[in-house]
Design a protein around this ligand. Structure first.
Ligand SMILES: *Cc1c(COP(=O)(O)O)cnc(C)c1O
Length: 226
């Protein structure tokens, strides 16, 4: 497999190019290396390459890697999360990208002893197979979170459908950005909603052009081996 360091150079060039095109500062874009397809060794290599943010989408994979890497990484939970499994990971995660229902918020709030920065997941494509709230339900959902003192809504997250031409995802990313702007303007103290978690291996450049602050890159950065 190509060294993470080498892949990273390419991704960084892509980030710089997209940021410049959009008139943005490339330092405002955080790379989350999605290590769900790779071994613990490869995840360690990722840290050595200078990446601090790691993303996992399942409890098992997350815990296996956390055990070895601990606080040498900032941990992002990016997959759908079952309420009954919250307690297993909650003390180790730094960000949750998949907050999509009140019962989950309630469980996170109950199990955590401190504020948990969360992204609200939105299904902007409307595909049935995708997790996340419908666009029109996001405002009322965020308002409902006011009762949970340990939940902080730091941003919105979406997963675009896989398409051959990444350009086709642009309207979806734009939709999420406009929704982020709208939620931000509500000016809720527990929901600063500054960030946009969007863009993966195939479409991260378009996502950055549309305002992504956190891109979640697996295949193109760390590869796919397990
Ligand atoms: C797997 C995954 C990614 C990374 O996908 P790649 O196409 O390999 O970059 C990003 N976000 C989520 C939520 C994922 O599950």
């Amino acid at each position: 497999m190509v060294a993470v360091r080498e892949n990273l150079i390419e991704i960084q060039a892509g980030i710089a190019q997209a940021a410049e095109k959009a008139g943005r500062n490339k330092e405002d874009i955080n790379i989350i290396a999605v290590t769900k397809y790779v071994t613990i060794e490869r995840a360690k290599e990722t840290i050595s390459a200078g990446i601090v943010n790691l993303g996992e989408n399942r409890n098992e994979g997350f815990l296996a890697k956390f055990e070895e890497i601990q606080d040498s990484a900032t941990w992002h939970f990016i997959g759908s999360l079952q309420s009954r499994k919250v307690k297993d990971i909650i003390h180790h995660v730094d960000y949750i990208h998949s907050l999509d229902r009140k019962s989950l918020a309630k469980e996170i709030n109950k199990r955590s002893q401190k504020t948990v920065p969360c992204f609200v997941q939105v299904n902007v494509s409307g595909e049935e197979s995708k997790h996340g709230l419908a666009e029109e339900d996001v405002e009322s959902f965020v308002k409902e979170l006011a009762v949970f003192e340990n939940i902080r809504v730091v941003g919105l997250m979406t997963m675009a459908p896989h398409v051959d031409n990444p350009e086709d995802t642009r309207p979806l990313f734009k939709k999420l950005r406009l929704l982020r702007d709208y939620i931000q303007k509500l000016d809720l103290d527990y929901a600063p909603c500054e960030y946009l978690s969007m863009g993966m291996s195939n479409d991260y450049k378009v996502a950055i052009e549309e305002g992504a602050t956190h891109i979640r890159v697996g295949t193109k950065l760390v590869g796919k081996e397990i």
